[in-house]
Design a protein around this ligand. Structure first.
Ligand code: DC
Length: 231
C-alpha cells in the first residue's frame, strides 16, 4: 500500500523509454502516472505553429484558458486539457519539436509547474519529464534519471513506429533507412534544446538514481527500478 502524496520522478531525454516505464511502474504501484511531456505538447499544439514567438501577454492570456487535470490510475491515467483527454494529434515528432521550443519560455514553464504540483498535491504519482526531480518535485521520495545514446533512442523510436520488437528479424536491416536518419536528427536537435536551455534544463537531480539504458531492454530497466524501490 502506497500512502498519498507519494511521488516518484523519472526524467531523461526524448525516446529513452520514460513513458513506457513510468506507466508500468504506476500500474505496479496502483497509483497515477503523469506524462508532463504531453502537457508541453498540448500547450504547443494549442498555441499553433510558431506559437512560442507570441508576445508574453498573449501567451499568458492563452494559457489562462487552459486547465489541466489527471484522471484514472496506472495504465489508464490520462492527462486532460479543459476536461478532454489528449489524443494522438500531439504525438508527432513535429509537435515534439514545437513542445521543446515552447518549453524554453518562462511563462509556460511557470504555468505548467503550478499545474503539475497541484496534481501532485491531489494524488500519488509517477511523474515523468525533464525537470521532475530537479524543479517540480524536488522532495520526491525516489528520483530516476534514464539515459541512452541518441543512436539507440532513435532506433527504439523507429522500431516503435514500425511496431517491431528489437529481436524481430526485420529490425536488423533498418540501420541505413533514411527515416531512421531523420528521427536521429530530430532527437539530436531536441536534446540540444532541452539540455542547454536557460530555465530547467534536462539534467539529473543530485540525488537521482542514474541508469544508462543503452545496453538494456525495457524489462531489464524495469527490474532495476523495482530493485531500487525494494518492490
Ligand atoms: O517527453 P516528450 O517527448 O513528450 O516532451 C516533449 C518536449 O516537452 C520535450 O522535448 C521538452 C518538453 N518538456 C519539458 O521541457 N519538461 C518536461 N517536464 C517535459 C517535457
Amino acid at each position: 500500500m502506497v500512502e498519498s502524496g507519494f511521488i516518484i520522478t523519472i526524467d531523461g531525454p526524448a525516446g529513452v523509454g520514460k513513458t513506457t516505464l513510468a506507466r508500468r511502474l504506476a500500474a505496479h504501484l496502483n497509483i497515477a502516472y503523469l506524462d508532463t511531456g504531453a502537457m508541453f505538447r498540448a500547450v504547443a499544439w494549442k498555441l499553433g505553429q510558431d506559437g512560442w514567438l507570441k508576445d508574453e501577454q498573449t501567451l499568458a492570456r492563452e494559457l489562462k484558458r487552459m486547465s489541466f487535470t489527471l484522471t484514472g490510475q496506472g495504465e489508464e491515467s490520462s492527462v486532460c486539457l479543459n476536461g478532454k483527454a489528449l489524443g494522438p494529434e500531439i504525438r508527432t515528432e513535429t509537435i515534439g519539436l514545437w513542445a521543446s521550443n515552447v518549453a524554453k519560455l518562462r511563462v509556460v514553464r511557470d504555468f505548467l509547474k503550478k499545474a503539475q504540483q497541484e496534481i501532485g498535491r491531489q494524488t500519488s504519482l509517477v511523474a515523468e519529464g525533464r525537470d521532475m526531480g530537479t524543479v517540480v518535485f524536488p522532495h520526491a521520495r525516489y528520483k530516476f534519471f534514464l539515459d541512452a545514446s541518441a543512436q539507440v533512442r532513435a532506433r527504439r523510436r523507429y522500431l516503435q513506429i514500425l511496431d517491431l520488437d528489437e529481436d524481430d528479424p526485420e529490425a536488423q536491416g533498418i540501420e541505413d533507412s533514411p527515416e531512421l536518419k531523420t528521427i536521429l536528427e530530430q532527437i539530436k536537435q531536441r536534446d540540444e534544446q532541452d539540455r542547454n536551455r536557460a530555465i530547467a534544463p534536462l539534467r539529473p537531480a543530485k540525488d537521482a538514481i542514474v541508469i544508462d539504458t543503452s545496453d538494456l531492454t525495457l524489462d531489464e530497466v524495469f527490474l532495476l527500478m523495482k530493485n531500487y524501490l525494494n518492490l
